[in-house]
Design a protein around this ligand. Structure first.
Ligand SMILES: [Zn+2]
Length: 347
């Protein structure tokens, strides 16, 4: 039940920050709040007597150099609280910080990539070892796991939205696991879906969540530390709240969010499938910048085109396709991916 219906909507509040437009300053992008607090906010919808409704868990800053997701969640939760009954949720939004220690240091990670730490073997080690022996990432995993496991005890439908950004930039898109519930969730958010990418990476938070808890996707908002990316991620959260059934599809915030996402992804294919991963060995890898312009995600490249250089020399595109997540930072194990248009696998 949403209280917004039937009430005057002439003064639709702006869902996206009135300060938006220009690129944010470093200080704005770094306001990630209390880094000792795992939970950014938890907003429980009004009880309607028929149960508590679904629970949407949103995580920002799993990579500490990508604070945009935390900003987006702070903005969404603030607006929901400000709007009161005009933005009443038919369930619960739980907004979390991912890697608190790395966010504080503005680094991707401290010892181990938190988004590669969710393989069963790693979780078993963390769960059985004394916490005194925890490394920096172990602590983050332990705390996140504890919050998510507690949420599971509520026995409600649960989904996860994991908010990221990229070093190379580009339009927003989702990274989708190959299972029907996650594919269905992703297909309705309103950004292009990249399939087959998560499978190329081991130990992601969404892989574990999807195996053990419920549907989950990653949304990449664009280039890290830009206002535009925060707005994309904020829009993705509003849209996901509707997909999860917490807000109606015609809620003004949801409509405006989907409008923004649609404008940001105009003329892009709705679904692509990864056909090539360029691994990085020993960090001998430099993405090219033709004409001083960096490649972005969803740039269309042609077979034989010079994309990067590694220890052995130039790296060229193995086939025509869309470039996904070109790496322009010094930490990471994937140089770039290539993807081809495909059908919606959720159909
Ligand atoms: Zn990331």
């Amino acid at each position: 039940m949403n209280e917004f219906h039937g009430q005057g909507q002439s003064e639709t509040p702006a869902p996206f920050s009135p300060t938006c437009g220009a690129d944010s300053t470093e200080s704005d992008s770094d306001k990630v709040g209390d880094l000792n607090a795992r939970v950014i906010d938890r907003i429980d919808g009004a009880s309607n007597g028929s149960g508590k409704g679904p629970l949407l868990i949103c995580v920002g800053g799993v990579h500490g150099n990508e604070p945009g997701g935390v900003h987006a969640l702070q903005r969404v939760t603030k607006k929901i609280r400000e709007q009161g009954e005009l933005c009443s949720l038919a369930g619960t939004l739980l907004a979390l910080r991912g890697n608190c220690a790395a966010l504080a240091k503005k680094k991707r990670f401290l010892d181990v990539d938190l988004n590669r730490a969710w393989a069963v073997v790693d979780l078993e080690r963390v769960c059985t070892q004394d916490s005194d022996f925890d490394g920096a990432t172990d602590q983050e995993v332990r705390e996140l796991l504890s919050v998510i496991e507690k949420a599971r005890l509520e026995e409600r439908p649960i989904g996860l939205l994991d908010l990221h950004s990229t070093s190379g930039g580009g339009p927003p898109f989702s990274v989708v696991l190959s299972n029907k519930p996650s594919e269905k969730l992703a297909a309705r958010i309103g950004v292009p879906c990249v399939h087959g990418l998560n499978e190329a990476i081991q130990g992601t938070l969404t892989s574990w969540f999807s195996d053990v808890v419920g549907p989950s996707i990653v949304v990449e908002g664009g280039e890290s530390r830009t206002e535009e990316t925060i707005r994309h991620l904020e829009a993705a959260v509003w849209s996901s709240l509707a997909v999860a059934g917490l807000l109606p599809d015609d809620h003004p915030f949801v409509r405006l969010a989907r409008q923004l996402l649609s404008q940001a992804t105009e003329e892009m294919p709705h679904h692509v499938n990864v056909c090539h991963r360029e691994p990085i060995k020993a960090m001998h890898f430099h993405m090219a910048s033709p004409g001083n312009r960096r490649f972005k995600s969803f740039d269309y490249v042609h077979k034989g085109q010079h994309l990067a250089d590694n220890k052995k020399g130039p790296v060229v595109a193995q086939k025509d396709g869309f470039l996904i997540m070109p790496l322009y930072q010094n930490k990471g194990s994937d140089g770039f991916f290539l993807a081809e248009p495909c059908e919606d696998p959720s159909l």
